[in-house]
Design a protein around this ligand. Structure first.
Ligand SMILES: *Cc1c(COP(=O)(O)O)cnc(C)c1O
Length: 428
């Protein structure tokens, strides 16, 4: 990455936008309004914006349903029977996998459970799971209930890795050391790829290697990583992963999830799974016979027939990702987040009122910055909202801001910084 000397000025922000090859994508999204004013939207980590094209993609399937009804399953190139194939090229690029290693299906929390059926197979001796402390609640509940389901005590079976005293992010060496320490009893390492609260990207490659060395499986929840940071799941040798499509993947509230299962399991018929007919050998599916034969690769984990309307909205966004290119998106993301970081540091200055807890190294973060606000707290956050800034507040004093490279501009970041400055002057 070339070094850019950032400046706290509107002209600088405008010149960055003028040189930004991806600037045009902003126009492809719908921005919400706050009291009639178009928002500065930094909440793509929670719900990505709607691509303008989503409506037409969904309408097309509504039309197919209206005009073809049941024949839509097998009619033409859009046949619903094969619809799962459409999203594979983009998903494979986004998570760094082969197409047969990924499939869009279900919702994230459901997929976590289904993948655990195959990949958490504890024995009386090897039953422990390592995860990060303060994981997203759905993941904590999933682990807790899975462990109980297998007859173990969560207090004993779940080992949480915490930051050191007075630190906010995890050190890779500490994660690896905990894996080593529990080696003899470890069944699984299951954690976030990018931590939702701090914005830290974990070293998935090193963690996977250590887990394998310990004779354990490695799985990641990529809810905040997919569409945000470079991923190479196949090469990193990750066993399994899952993500949602409504955060950085802009596919609409609660929309479909996706899974990754490493190629080495593609033909593994001995892995336990909870099956459904859509995971059964496609050629034989309509024979409606007993005896589950999984499809090759990730497709063999599908249960139900594809949610066509959900996939239509998903595809609208994936097509934009493919056009924009994930490498260019990442380049812009580093610059844009770097700019936000620079402006926050300028504003906070000596006062130290704002403390960025997300890692400073761009390799260890995506586009989200999490700030501790030491004075003014929620009043400051509420004041931004009055000025149409949509960010995210986490009790007791964390603000999360995610300038996303697809639809945010350098000018957004600059305008936000001026609002932040005024809000702090008023309340901090
Ligand atoms: C957003 C998020 C979820 C949400 O799960 P759903 O099943 O999509 O409701 C789960 N885990 C993590 C880590 C998340 O960031």
């Amino acid at each position: 990455m070339e070094t850019i000397i950032y400046e706290f000025s509107e002209t600088f922000a405008q010149s960055m936008d003028a040189q930004d090859p991806l600037a045009g994508y902003r126009k492809e999204f719908l921005f919400p309004k706050v009291d009639g004013q178009e928002a500065i939207y930094f909440c793509g980590n929670s719900l990505g914006l709607q691509p303008k094209s989503a409506q037409a993609y969904i309408q097309k399937e509504l039309d197919n349903w209206a005009n073809l009804a049941v024949d839509g399953h097998f009619h033409g190139e859009d046949a619903w029977y094969h619809v799962r194939k459409k999203s594979k090229p983009a998903l494979a690029t986004i998570v760094g996998a082969h197409e047969h290693e990924v499939v869009a299906m279900n919702n994230l929390s459901s997929n976590l459970h289904f993948l655990m059926v195959s990949f958490y197979r504890p024995s009386p001796k090897k039953f422990k799971i390592i995860t990060e402390a303060g994981a997203f609640p759905s993941d904590m509940y999933m682990l807790e209930t899975q462990v109980k389901f297998h007859g173990f005590d969560p207090k004993e079976a779940i080992v949480e890795v915490s930051p050191r005293e007075n630190e906010h992010i995890l050190r890779t060496e500490d994660i690896l050391q905990v894996i080593k320490k529990h080696e003899g009893e470890l069944a699984l390492v299951m954690m976030a790829g990018l931590q939702y609260y701090t914005g830290q990207v974990f070293d998935m490659q090193a963690i996977t290697k250590a887990a394998h060395h310990a004779g354990a499986i490695a799985g990641f929840d990529l809810a905040h990583a997919a569409g945000n940071v470079p991923l190479r799941l196949h090469d990193w040798d990750v066993d399994f992963a899952t993500w949602c499509s409504y955060k950085y993947l802009n596919s609409g509230p609660g929309n479909i999830s996706g899974i990754f299962v490493h190629e080495r399991y593609a033909e593994d018929r001995d892995l336990p799974r909870f099956a459904g007919w859509w995971g059964h050998d496609e050629g034989e599916r309509f024979k409606m016979e007993k005896g589950f034969v999984p499809m090759y690769g990730a497709d063999g984990w599908q249960l139900a027939n594809s949610n066509v309307l959900a996939l239509a909205a998903h595809q609208a966004s994936l097509d934009i990702f493919e056009k924009a290119g994930i490498n260019d998106l990442r380049k812009k993301s580093e610059l844009l987040t770097g700019y936000l970081e620079f402006l926050i540091r300028q504003i906070s200055g000596e006062s130290g009122v704002l403390e960025i807890i997300t890692p400073e190294n761009p390799k260890e973060r995506g586009c989200q910055l999490s700030l501790l606000i030491h004075k003014g707290g929620k009043d400051v956050f509420d004041e931004f909202y009055k000025h149409a800034v949509v960010g995210d507040w986490r009790h007791p004093n964390v603000i999360r801001l995610a300038p996303t490279p697809l639809y945010n501009s350098f000018l957004d970041v600059y305008r936000f910084a001026r609002i932040l400055e005024q809000s702090l002057n008023k309340f901090a």
